[in-house]
Design a protein around this ligand. Structure first.
Ligand code: BG6
Length: 473
């Protein structure tokens, strides 16, 4: 029996925590920032928008001080493309550069390694109006944006992520506010956009490795284990289909530069194959990431699809499966409990996912999101300080970290773990009452209150875990 507490982590293991610009910064139209598709998307009724969020833009110094107290070795955050290029390309916004300069310097002054995502769902609206990712010119705009970001921050940032959850933007763009719903054949258009994003990513990886040879760069998809609903061979085939379409399509393209056979066959059957121009496959084949980052919240289960059942259509939640008639249909795993939002909690599935990714690609791994969204309740501790008794979050993280340590002991190379989220922020479509952070932000959906920061019980737990390099799990 493996003992998760006995294994050795790599020296300087990156215990961290994550956020994304549009979910934490606020100041959506300040500091010269342009609008992104998220700023202008239709918001879910009854929950807050992304205009103020946690007001990190104005309070980042206070936040970074708390991150340092928490003991973070790394902080994963995203740069808002529209703070650097308000129109997606063209004129650079100096205030945007200054903001991230200052944030990065602040982190480094506490010895916290910045881990930077270039693009986390917030495509500049100006580019969207010119066809978004459907227009090949957006590829050039992304490469130019990356070039500027690398040249300004590359002297201090050693870890880069290209695109957050590209697979979720394709499979669940409606839940994330990233999908143009006016398109005539949205799915065909989406797989064309997907192809362009993959090309953009490949060029940015290549660029990074050329101009910042000491830095490291990788993709950040959402990858999960997929179970067949039963041992019926057709259920197993359905799980195999979903693996190829949901997971491997994205990583095979990033690492090997090729569409896998099953996913390509699926696209052909649907009439959704993208137009591939001369030279595209060479670009894709010639970019090699240094590592693979991935986000993991829940595993998924699918069953065979006769092709005749009526799929329920989009669930409006990127972590719940939407079936593809004839290929797989969404199912449940009765062995797993679900969280308050219907997501199955599966720490062993996390370990399986780590093993599967590592065995398939043989690249070092880093977890860039894992965590539990919950309706936290503010209480007062014995010293009279406001706090949250979030034992449920501690349990969730403990179980997942335990499985990660076991995977490491089994030989999987993992160099960092960044839970979602460092601090409370606004969820993609369920507002700010669904909280993830180690630090509570004092606001409600529509009452901004004083936005004060309070340490939750999980803050002290994670602090101890980091201080002891997980010996105190
Ligand atoms: C991931 C995203 O899909 O899941 C994050 O990268 C997101 O941006 C996280 O916040 C949790 O999902 P949600 O919908 O609860 O915010």
């Amino acid at each position: 029996m493996l003992n998760p507490k006995s294994r050795q982590l790599t020296p300087h293991f990156l215990w961290g925590a994550s956020t994304s610009a549009y979910q934490v910064e606020g100041a959506w139209n300040e500091g010269g920032k342009g609008s992104s598709v998220i700023d202008l998307a239709n918001h879910t009724e009854g929950v807050t928008d992304f205009k103020v969020c946690s007001d990190h833009y104005h309070r980042y110094k206070e936040d970074v001080k708390l991150f340092a107290e928490l003991g973070l070795k790394t902080y994963r955050f995203s740069i808002a493309w529209t703070r650097i290029f308000p129109n997606g390309r063209g004129e650079i916004n100096k205030e945007g550069i200054a903001f991230y300069d200052s944030l990065i310097n602040e982190l480094l002054s506490y010895g916290i390694e910045p881990f930077v995502t270039l693009y986390h769902f917030d495509l500049p609206q100006a580019l969207a109006e010119q066809g978004g990712w459907g227009n090949r010119e957006t590829i050039d705009a992304f490469v130019e944006y990356a070039r500027i970001v690398f040249s300004h921050f590359g002297d201090r940032v050693k870890f880069w992520l290209t695109i957050n959850e590209q697979n979720m933007m394709i499979l669940h763009g409606n839940a994330l506010g990233t999908q143009d719903t006016s398109l005539a054949d949205p799915m065909k258009a989406l797989y064309q956009e997907n192809h362009h994003m993959l090309l953009a990513q490949a060029q940015v990886i290549k660029l990074c490795r050329q101009v910042l040879p000491n830095a490291k760069i990788g993709p950040a998809p959402n990858i999960v284990s997929i179970y067949p609903a039963s041992s019926h061979p057709e259920d197993i085939l359905a799980a195999n289909n979903y693996y190829a379409i949901r997971n491997w399509l994205y990583l095979d393209m990033t690492v090997f530069g090729r569409y896998n056979t099953t996913a390509w066959h699926f696209l052909k059957c649907r009439g959704w194959t993208p137009k591939i121009e001369k030279g595209d496959m060479e670009i894709l084949a010639n970019a090699m990431p240094n590592f693979i980052a991935f986000n993991y919240y829940t595993s998924q289960t699918v069953a065979r699809s006769s092709g005749e059942e009526v799929e329920k259509g989009h669930t409006g939640d990127q972590h719940l499966t939407v079936g593809e008639s004839g290929f797989y249909t969404a199912s449940r795993n009765n062995h797993l409990r679900v969280n308050e939002f219907g997501w199955e909690v599966d720490p062993i599935g996390f370990r399986t996912t780590l093993r599967e990714i590592y065995d398939r690609y043989q690249l070092p791994l880093v977890i860039t999101e894992n965590g539990l969204g919950a309706f936290d309740k503010l209480v007062t501790d014995e010293q009279g300080n406001p706090t949250v008794e979030d034992d449920y979050r501690i349990d969730f993280l403990r179980l997942h970290i335990e499985q990660m340590l076991l995977a490491i002991e089994e030989g999987v190379e993992v160099f960092g773990f960044c839970p979602w989220s460092a601090i409370d922020l606004v969820s993609t479509h369920q507002g700010c009452s669904k909280r993830y952070g180690f630090i509570y932000v004092n606001r409600d959906e529509f009452d901004i209150k004083d936005l004060a920061r309070y340490r939750k019980k999980s803050f002290y737990w994670y602090q101890k875990l980091i201080n002891t390099d997980a010996k105190a799990l």
